[in-house]
Ligand binder design. Structure first.
Ligand code: PRP
Length: 181
């Protein structure tokens, strides 16, 4: 049987308690910035589902939320920037103060596409909350207003992020040693 909740030997290790504390800080910051407003949070499936669930519970404001699913064509490391919409939003965003919730920004291609897609629907504002960012991998500049952790270029998984679709249920973020990839 596959061993459960086993950490990898890679350079990025973020314990559950550290994640919880940082997500609470991000939620408090968002609550302060959006006081008197009703933000609309959009979770980018699948990886952001746990971050989203914790983040919304750390924002003591009236808010609405929705989900979208997009995927880079072919493999995620391709530079074409072509992105496929797998599941569209259910709610309109016209005039709304949108916060995009991402698990990780790598090349930035997914987020760049998504921001264009959202802006075309004329929201009042759009900001981005990302749990992780790998700045060394960036191919296109994208704004991140609320960032959990800047990390080095390692294969990270857990807390919603997958390792070949498994391990999204790990309560912490861990990573593979380069030789394990
Ligand atoms: C990940 C992540 C972002 C994207 C970031 O999604 O959730 O959406 O890749 O990469 P980029 O900055 O290079 O575009 P993934 O395609 O792995 O799907 P998943 O969230 O369903 O695991």
């Amino acid at each position: 049987m596959r061993a459960m909740f086993t950490a990898g030997n890679g350079p990025v290790q973020i314990p559950a308690e550290t994640l919880a504390n940082r997500v609470k800080e991000l939620g408090a910051q968002i609550a302060q910035d959006y006081q008197g407003k009703t933000p609309h949070l959009i979770c980018v499936l699948n990886g952001a589902f746990i971050f989203m669930a914790d983040l919304v519970r750390a924002i003591p404001l009236p808010l609405t939320l929705d989900f979208i699913s997009i995927s880079s064509y072919g493999n995620a490391y391709r530079t074409s920037g072509e992105v496929e919409l797998l599941k569209d939003l259910r709610l309109p965003i016209h005039g709304r103060d949108v916060i995009v919730v991402e698990d990780i920004v790598d090349t930035g291609l997914t987020l760049s596409y998504l921001l264009d897609y959202l802006e075309a629907r004329k929201p009042a504002s759009v900001r981005v909350a990302a749990l992780l960012s790998k700045p060394s991998r960036r191919q296109v500049e994208v704004p991140i207003h609320y960032l959990g952790f800047e990390i080095e270029d390692a294969y990270v998984y857990g807390y919603g992020l997958d390792r070949a679709q498994f391990d999204r249920n790990l309560p912490f973020i861990t990573s593979l040693h380069p030789e394990e990839e």
